[in-house]
Design a protein around this ligand. Structure first.
Ligand code: SAM
Length: 242
């Protein structure tokens, strides 16, 4: 195990970006547990949330917070620890760090400081949704969260023109607004899938045209849970070709 933590002859520690479940604790990997038990410190977005999850797996490693509001200040501190030989793991509240979550700044800083970076892969909501959507997965684009205001329309217009499948993260209170906005820039028959609560008890994957799904979700009194929208590319069709 220790061979995973440090390269031979490398005085630096190693940075691990470790994936954690997106809802179902059964998706926590044995390798993630092994790495998280072995590092000197685990950086996480919320020490209380991650502390509960880690304790349920019997992991008692020291935690430190790294979130979007302190990552510029915390990154040099963690790089200093790595340079002194400590190994550090970064996790997020759910899924893979660096995917619509902190991680990019720390991974970049580690590379620039010649510190070895490893990823311990785990679930990513976007890729999980894509696989389950039954929409083309040979070429896709990850949009993450669209900007709430400035630049949103331009991004929506570009998405409408894209030939690749697009993956979008959206909050429950904006999912119907997103479907409505997409209907303004795409054909109403454009196929999509709304994937909700993936891997959890109330998992739901609804597939249809933009107008069908806007009607279905718009008719619900309240939207609950976490959502990924998978939108087929501009010219994708399931109509029989003549
Ligand atoms: N790092 C995470 C990943 O690897 O997917 C993403 C974190 S981002 C802050 C949170 C967003 O991811 C949610 O608002 C939702 O759009 C999506 N998401 C996370 N878990 C999900 C789930 N179980 N089902 C559907 N969407 C989910």
């Amino acid at each position: 195990m220790k061979t995973e933590q440090n390269h031979q002859n490398d005085p630096n520690g190693r940075l691990f970006l470790v994936g954690t479940p997106i809802g179902n604790l059964g998706d926590f990997s044995p390798r993630a547990k092994e790495i998280l038990e072995g590092v000197s410190v685990i950086a996480c977005e919320d020490t209380r949330t991650s502390g509960n999850m880690l304790r349920s797996f019997g992991i008692q490693t020291q935690l430190t917070s790294l979130h979007q509001h302190n990552e510029h200040r915390k990154t040099p501190e963690l790089i200093a620890r790595l340079s002194q030989g400590d190994s550090v793991a970064l996790i997020s509240d759910a899924g893979m760090p660096a995917i619509s979550d902190p991680g990019f700044l720390l991974a970049r800083a580690a590379h620039l400081a010649h510190i070895t970076v490893s990823a311990v892969p785990g679930p990513v909501a976007a890729v999980t949704a894509l696989a389950a959507s039954g929409l083309p997965s040979d070429r896709f684009v990850f949009e993450g969260f669209l900007p709430p205001k400035k630049g949103r329309k331009t991004r929506l217009e570009a998405i409408a023109e894209d030939e690749r499948t697009t993956l979008i993260y959206e909050s429950p209170h904006r999912i119907v607004r997103l479907l409505t906005e997409l209907l303004e820039v795409c054909d109403e028959t454009r196929l999509c899938a709304v994937c909700r609560e993936l891997t959890k008890i109330y998992e739901e994957i609804r597939r249809g045209t933009l107008s069908e799904l806007k009607e279905e979700f718009g008719n619900r009194a309240r939207q609950r849970g976490e959502f990924v929208l998978v939108l087929a590319g501009k010219t994708y069709s399931e109509e029989p070709q003549e």
